[in-house]
Design a protein around this ligand. Structure first.
Ligand code: ADP
Ligand code: MG
Length: 323
């Protein structure tokens, strides 16, 4: 049983409260409270030492990234950041570590405008859970289930940077020195596409953030929308660093590793022009990588033939695959 089969079998059930506009299965849940002008978007994520970060990771980066992965889920809904809760399990009260963690956490919180409004602190193996709240106009949220055949598929920014950072740190990749700092920064301190997500409201028909890899996360969007997609891997947005690494690593780090926290979204043909007009609000750039088709499943091709990646993507409880 993999992570998603587990959630589906044991925890997924229909919501009964009328306030629950959207429950389990998207980047955030949506709650519409009676009389409120905005809908609340709520998301939560946990980072565990030894799984999501190593013991040697700087505390600043742990604090930053724990919040970044949640902000990225708000971005994928097109939500505006509001506030967050912080739940900490700590093996010891290490003041130096806590100061670094706090600095990383609040650096991002201040940059995106999130207030810390509560949490819980307990002794235990190091783990960080953050629950983030955002707001979005009623009916405006970017959901996973809105893609339709004929829509174009886009990704923001660059793919595979975090994967290169991971391979580099693990000694499994050599990269020219001018590229090393940027790929490690992309792995340790991803910048969530919060402004881009809000800019895409009214333009994108569906969206998801890329936490587990493009193939896996677009797969969730396709399943939720009941459609398939056809992508050209030669159109993937790859950096100069990636171009230098590609002879050694191929396309898979950009397709199946994850941790990039870019947005993958779909746009109906009638709104592609409007997307082009948004360029100034999307400084990271967006790239058309393919199209939504009728049916199910994702087909990758390289312009000549079908391409099959080495594995689907990151999945807790899955057999560990090679990158
Ligand atoms: P994301 O990567 O966007 O954070 P996940 O892949 O972690 O989302 O989770 C997929 C969906 O399943 C989300 O809607 C999440 O809230 C929900 N989910 C995950 N674990 C549980 C659980 N134990 N109980 C209920 N819902 C869960
Ligand atoms: Mg997500």
């Amino acid at each position: 049983m993999d992570e998603f089969g587990l959630i589906e079998e044991f925890f997924t059930r229909p919501a009964h409260r009328p306030e629950v506009v959207l429950g389990i299965g998207d980047d955030a849940a949506l709650l519409a409270l009676a009389g409120a002008a905005d809908t609340l978007a709520v998301t939560t994520d946990t980072l565990v030492e030894g799984v999501h970060f190593s013991r040697s990771a700087p505390a600043f980066d742990v604090g930053y990234k724990a919040l970044a992965v949640n902000v990225s889920d708000l971005a994928a809904m097109g939500a505006r950041p509001l506030a967050f809760f912080l739940n900490l399990a700590l093996p010891a009260a290490d003041a130096e570590w806590l100061a670094g963690f706090r600095d990383g956490l609040f650096a991002l919180a201040d940059a995106v405008g999130l207030d810390l409004i509560g949490g819980d602190t307990v002794r235990g193996p190091l783990a960080v859970t953050i629950t983030a709240l955002g707001t979005v106009a009623p009916g405006a949220a970017l959901r996973r289930d809105g893609a339709r055949p004929g829509d174009r598929v886009y990704v923001s920014g660059l793919l595979g940077e975090a994967a290169l950072g991971f391979l580099l740190r693990g000694g499994r990749l050599s990269l020219p020195s001018q590229f090393q700092e940027s790929v490690l920064a992309r792995l340790d301190r991803p910048w969530p596409r919060i402004h881009e997500g809000q800019a895409l409201v009214g333009i994108a028909s569906a969206a998801i953030d890329i936490s587990d890899g493009l193939v896996a996360d677009l797969g969730h969007l396709l399943k939720a929308s009941g459609v398939g997609a056809r992508l050209n891997i030669r159109r993937l947005p790859l950096s100069d660093a990636y171009a230098a690494a590609r002879p050694a690593v191929g396309y898979d780090p950009a397709l199946v590793f994850g941790d990039d926290y870019e947005l993958c979204f779909t746009v109906p043909p009638a709104r592609v022009q409007a997307l082009a007009g948004l360029a100034s609000r999307l400084p990271c750039g967006v790239r058309d990588i393919g199209e939504i088709v009728a049916g199910a499943g994702l087909t990758l091709h390289d312009g000549e033939g079908v391409y099959t990646p080495s594995r689907a993507g990151y999945n807790h409880f899955d057999d560990p695959g090679s990158l």
